[in-house]
Design a protein around this ligand. Structure first.
Ligand SMILES: [Zn+2]
Length: 444
């Protein structure tokens, strides 16, 4: 990431703040503060403040990677637009008909795609093909949303349908082995009696969304005595014998929004996750941007009030201490597990003022992110999105008009279990989506 120090060129707020160090109007500390905000959002490998430093590595592709990529493109078109004919796929993808036919045959042989009769009933290979659709029960994943007081797990099929789900209330065990055993049992119970899958070893994978981060600053989370993310993932994989993804709920929910949106959300958007804490995700051209250490778009830890309330991350004045549901509950003096909808509906005038202040803080921080990213769409999702959306939209749209940004703000349609659905979707997305990075991966 390049941080420019040449005045207006780097200042998205048209001279009202930020990076104008060369004009000596702001102390270097302000410049570095802005740099910290960018680091919290984008989590790049380096921050470069030097126009003379430039490194570029050009990587080529080969025929096999190109073929795999094209196969993913064809599959994605069948997933998004199916039932669809080979001719329509060819027209949409600009792949020649013969290539489409070859790739479709490959997908059918792999069991991911079926040919449909006009009635919509799947028919066996060998007959003249007409329309193509995803074989919904070809693959399954389990998505898990871990919270401190409960765990929610969903078995999701390739068609994006929740086949079965389960929820358990528990105190998150400090002993991660107990957590793993509980998770394995829960996953095993989800697949019992489901057509198309006999045991969890046949899962495409298990995605696990955790509420907080990993790293030195935050400890090994979600419980301090848990091992690192990498060790936890490896241990889980050994116990479930399939692919495991462990990431924070917000990142996974962003991918879920894209995968489940089936073409209704653009390929690039900002995702704001409203759980008990605030998080965020960024999808760029259909691919998740997580940063070099998996901490990109940490919206909750963007500095909102310099020198303000101490945050559990070790910093002061983070948005999470002002605009999160936890912060609202604390300021409103309601129980930590108080249902938010009830709290909002019964709020008196004084409490409403506090709620509006929280939404102002949230809106101001989202605008800071939009000023960096300038994306066309901002999706508000997560467990509390539906409760807070209309309250947040008022200050947010006002600020968007002030800054003249061309961004549409919308509320996610995914329910309160966005983390689990996102976790399940991410397994599919990682395995099947047409990532351009797959064209460039090194030979193993
Ligand atoms: Zn913080």
């Amino acid at each position: 990431m390049m941080l420019g120090l040449d005045g207006y060129a780097a200042c998205p707020n048209r001279g009202h703040c930020c990076v104008r160090a060369n004009r000596l109007q702001y102390a270097p500390a302000r410049v570095m503060n802005y740099g910290h905000i960018l680091l919290d959002l984008l989590n790049p490998m380096d921050i470069i403040i030097d126009m003379n430093t430039k490194t570029t590595r050009l990587v080529g592709t080969n025929q096999k990677h190109g073929q795999d990529y094209n196969k993913s493109v064809v599959f994605e078109h069948i997933r998004l637009f199916g039932p669809i004919s080979r001719a329509d796929i060819s027209a949409r993808t600009l792949l020649v008909p013969q290539t489409v036919s070859n790739l479709v045959r490959n997908l059918i042989e792999g069991g991911l795609v079926v040919e449909l009769q006009e009635s919509g009933v799947a028919r066996k290979r060998g007959a003249h093909p007409t329309q193509l659709a995803v074989n919904e029960n070809a693959l399954f994943t389990v998505g898990v949303q871990v919270q401190y007081s409960r765990i929610f797990a969903a078995l999701v099929n390739l068609g994006g349908k929740i086949v079965r789900s389960a929820e358990r209330h528990w105190n998150l065990p400090s002993d991660f082995e107990t957590f793993v055993k509980g998770l394995v049992t829960m996953s095993e119970e989800l697949v019992v009696g489901v057509d198309g899958i006999r045991s969890i070893t046949e899962l495409q994978g298990i995605g696990i969304g955790v509420p907080r981060l990993y790293g030195k600053m935050f400890g090994n989370l979600p419980a301090p005595s848990w091992p690192s993310q990498i060790v936890l993932k490896k241990y889980l994989e050994e116990n479930v014998d399939c692919e495991v993804i462990v990431a924070n709920n917000a990142h996974l929910a962003a991918v879920g929004e894209y995968w489940m949106g089936r073409g209704k959300v653009p390929a690039t958007f900002l995702y704001v996750y409203l759980g008990d804490n605030v998080g965020g995700g960024l999808i760029v051209d259909g691919e998740e941007y997580v940063g070099v250490s998996g901490k990109a778009i940490e919206l909750g830890h963007v500095q909102y009030m310099p020198g303000g309330i101490s945050c559990y991350c070790g910093s002061k004045g983070c948005l999470d201490q002002y605009g999160s549901v936890n912060a609202l509950r604390r300021r409103l003096s309601v129980a930590r597990d108080a249902p938010l909808g009830e709290v909002l509906n019964t709020a008196n005038e004084q409490q409403l003022t506090i709620i509006h202040e929280g939404m102002e803080a949230l809106a101001a921080s989202i605008i800071s992110v939009l000023s960096v990213l300038d994306v066309s769409t901002c999706v508000i999702g997560g467990p509390h999105a539906k409760d807070l959306f209309s309250l947040l939209l008022i200050p947010l749209e006002s600020k968007i008009r002030e800054r003249e940004y061309a961004v549409e703000v919308r509320c996610s349609n995914i329910d309160i279990h966005a983390g689990a659905i996102g976790a399940a979707s991410t397994v599919f997305h990682d395995a099947l989506w047409c990532k351009t990075s797959n064209l460039l991966k090194a030979e193993s």
